[in-house]
Design a protein around this ligand. Structure first.
Ligand code: GLU
Length: 464
């Protein structure tokens, strides 16, 4: 059997960290087994679905590298199949039309509440032989005839075996009065039709699963395996919300997170592999299994995510950071040092990609102003003479970062001052601020022509 999983988000709200983790687990499971992973956008709720939310799903998944097989499937486009299944159930007497009005259902619920019973449909229309007279009936919904006795077991790969007594499951609506099929019906038809072998989803869907199993059976379809992933809670143990950093997944990019750092973090949020914390993407695929997904909710830990982000910024190949750095740089880098050569100078010192991009900018854009405070502190009487000596040396000799560093050291030694007396003014003139990677690396990357040009322009500006 080839494993086939799916991610089936509803574009009614933004894809956030919890949804992204569900997508990741589902994707990892398929990739681990060399199987298939499909993306199905469940846009059946036309009123609440938005294009913006759909875009966040597509962008977020692409950003995280959770590639899906084939084209994304839009559930709304499959309505004919859903309706055919409803009709099949009606024809076979496994579903029925229910004409109960809203008022009637409200009264039913109120009575159950007073009697201390669970609110559920009482089956009024279940055994109707004829439709009520036109005058007495409301537009109908279609309900699934749920078995009245026995129990339905969910053999969950994460939560274990969960038993649902059938008497607690009422006859679920599978088609609304406007003719549109409901989620529980559509999801069964689609998962079966697409040959999904493993349904990996949030544990908030666990209560739907026995109903779905009953429908698979009623429709004569194979029941897939289920894996319900416990939810993510905030650091305070409460359900994850905006306050806890539950923002659209694409916002993590805006905040300078590396997609792999997010994946690594999310993988460990609920899944474990011994005491390991750091995993490459290849290792995640190799090690991931559902057996080691914990059954209790996980807590979101911002510090750990930040730590992994800094870790992966240091540990990644510079080539793998180029796209993310460019996302923030948004400038032409063709006339300066190669970005893959600039990145290593900044990896150690950057906590996030925004910092890295900010540090890289000076290699492509000359300063237009010079930080006043730094100029005041670092430009003294003797500074101009030191710079002159440096310039005549630099203009005459062959250039390299190491050589330039040595000239600075020699000049300062001859004058009996520390290196900062010349290195800091040079930094300010080439970067506008007294911060840059080590001076040899910085000057090497900037090159002779650009360094000398910036120093000259800077001196003229400051003297003027
Ligand atoms: N569309 C459902 C949701 O976004 C998920 C359905 C499923 O995974 O079965 O909550």
């Amino acid at each position: 059997m080839t494993v086939k999983t799916r991610f089936a988000p509803s574009p009614t709200g933004m894809l956030h960290i919890g949804g992204a983790r569900t997508a990741l687990f589902s994707w990892l499971y398929a990739r681990h087994f060399g199987g298939e992973f499909v993306l199905r956008i469940e846009d059946t709720d036309k009123e609440r679905s938005t294009d913006e939310a759909t875009q966040v799903i597509l962008d977020g998944m692409k950003w995280l590298g959770l590639d899906w097989d084939g084209e994304p499937i839009f559930q709304g486009a499959r309505q004919d199949k859903h309706i055919a299944a409803v009709n099949q159930l009606l024809d076979e007497g496994k579903a029925y039309k229910c004409y109960c009005s809203k008022e009637k259902l409200d009264t039913m619920r109120e009575k159950q509440r007073i009697e201390g019973k669970k609110a559920m449909y009482d089956g009024t229309c279940r055994n109707l032989t004829d439709a009520p007279a036109q005058s007495e009936r409301s537009p109908f919904v279609v309900r699934f005839k749920s078995p009245e006795n026995g129990e339905t077991w969910v053999k969950d790969l994460v939560l274990g075996d969960v038993c649902f007594p059938n008497e607690e499951l009422d006859d679920l609506i599978i088609q609304r009065t406007d003719g549109t099929p409901t989620y529980n019906l559509a999801v069964v038809v689609d998962d079966a039709d697409m040959g999904i072998t493993h349904v990996v989803r949030g544990s908030d869907h666990l209560n739907n699963t026995p109903r779905q199993i009953q429908m698979y059976e009623a429709l004569g379809l194979n029941v897939p395996q289920f894996a319900h992933i416990p939810l993510i809670h905030g650091a305070d143990g409460a359900k994850m919300s905006k306050r806890h950093g539950s923002i659209a997944i694409t916002e993590y990019r805006e905040k300078g997170y590396l997609p792999h750092a997010v994946n690594n973090y999310l993988a460990r949020l609920g899944w474990s592999h011994g005491d390991d914390e750091v995993f490459s993407q290849a290792q995640l695929i190799e090690y991931f299994d559902l057996a080691h997904v914990g059954a209790s909710p996980s807590r979101f830990d911002q510090d750990k995510l930040d730590w992994l982000n800094a870790h992966w910024i240091k540990a990644s190949n510079p080539e793998d950071l180029v796209d993310e750095v460019n996302y923030f740089l948004k400038i032409d880098t063709t006339n300066g040092a190669d970005l893959v050569d600039v990145i290593p100078a900044l990896q150690e010192r950057s906590k996030n990609i925004i910092e890295l991009a900010d540090g890289a900018r000076m290699f492509y854009v000359a300063p237009t102003e010079y930080q006043e405070k730094a100029v005041k502190k670092n430009f003294k009487e003797g500074t101009w003479a030191l710079l002159d000596t440096f310039m005549s040396k630099a203009e005459a000799e062959d250039w390299s970062g190491e050589a330039a560093h040595q000239w600075i050291a020699d000049i300062c030694e001859a004058e009996g001052v520390n290196m900062g007396k010349l290195a800091q003014p040079i930094r300010i003139l080439i970067a506008g601020v007294p911060v840059s990677p080590p001076i040899d690396v910085t000057l090497g990357l900037l090159g002779k022509e650009e360094t000398l040009k910036r120093i000259k322009t800077g001196i003229a500006a400051l003297k003027g």
